[in-house]
Design a protein around this ligand. Structure first.
Ligand code: 0WD
Length: 254
């Protein structure tokens, strides 16, 4: 009997086996959770289906968070399949990589809106739908980065979107607490994933962390998964509105 036995939920943002969402999915499945995954587009479908099979997870279809109908379709499928859910993981972000380098001041209005929509608003959009299925309470989690709190080289518009995302975690926690729904974020240290490879000088940032974090190393998706397990399971039952750093302690020195 694991910590997540009897709990069911949706994980959004698995792109491949390096994704943070995949580290979270593994930790939750190892603890007995039943998991549903979405994929973004047909190219990722081929990656996600075998990964889901490894975990005994179900795949509830394509979801592009810029298309509200695709979000509705996923939640409809979840409702028909399970009736209710206990947890939600949002591990989604996007910005034009031409703006994840150079100066923040040069951000365009178009990419600002797109970055905010995909990396910030989409968490609220899925929370709205998930709330309706969390009839016995639940736990929601998103992923953020220290660039929300401090200026990090090249993070630019994504740092602004993450700051808004962290604020939305607090507002969602306040709104949904009455329904026994907790809302938290993990602020992960840099990890080499597909999304991270779009950020300028990312290898240098990893090296910098190896030399300068209190633990003198970077973190893994398994470590993020274990922190997510705490926040999504009953171990975290007294925690909401929290930004939990899993960053080898960088936020106390950086
Ligand atoms: O260093 C890192 N990797 C950190 C990542 C440090 C701290 C936080 N994070 C955050 C990211 O900002 C993101 O919110 O963790 C979350 C997960 O990112 P990841 O695991 O680093 O990256 P990846 O494996 O690429 O997954 C992100 C996925 C997308 O992958 P790609 O690379 O194809 O963009 O987000 C999904 C997509 O699957 N995604 C979308 N899903 C639905 N609709 C959309 C969209 N419009 N856009 C991106």
């Amino acid at each position: 009997q694991g910590l997540m036995a009897g709990k069911r939920g949706l994980i959004m943002g698995v792109a491949n086996n390096r994704s943070i969402a995949w580290g979270i999915a593994k930790a939750l499945a190892d603890s007995g959770a039943e998991i549903a995954l979405t994929y973004q587009g047909d190219a990722l479908r081929k990656r996600v289906e075998p990964l889901a099979a490894d975990l005994g997870a179900i795949v509830v279809g394509h979801c592009d968070v810029t298309d509200p109908q695709s979000i509705d379709a996923v939640f409809k499928t979840l409702e028909q399949t399970w009736g209710k859910i206990d947890f939600l993981v949002h591990a989604i972000a996007f910005s034009d990589k031409d703006e994840l380098t150079g100066r923040y001041v040069d951000t365009t209005a178009e990419n600002f809106s797109q970055t905010m929509q995909i990396s910030c608003y989409s968490f609220t959009a899925v929370a709205q739908r998930a709330e309706k299925l969390m009839t016995d309470g639940g736990s929601m989690l998103t992923l953020t980065y220290y660039g929300a709190e401090k200026v990090m080289p090249h993070y630019n518009v994504m740092g602004v979107a993450k700051a808004a995302l962290e604020a939305s975690v607090r507002y969602l926690a306040a709104d949904l607490g009455k329904n026994k729904i907790r809302v938290n974020a993990v602020s992960a240290g840099p990890i080499k994933t597909l999304a991270a490879s779009g950020i300028g000088d990312f290898r240098y940032i990893l090296k910098w962390n190896e030399h300068n974090t209190p633990l003198r190393r970077t973190v893994t998706i398994e470590e993020v998964g274990d922190a997510a397990l705490f926040l999504l399971s009953d171990l975290g039952r007294g925690v909401t509105g929290e930004i939990q750093h899993v960053d080898s302690g960088y936020h106390v020195v950086g």
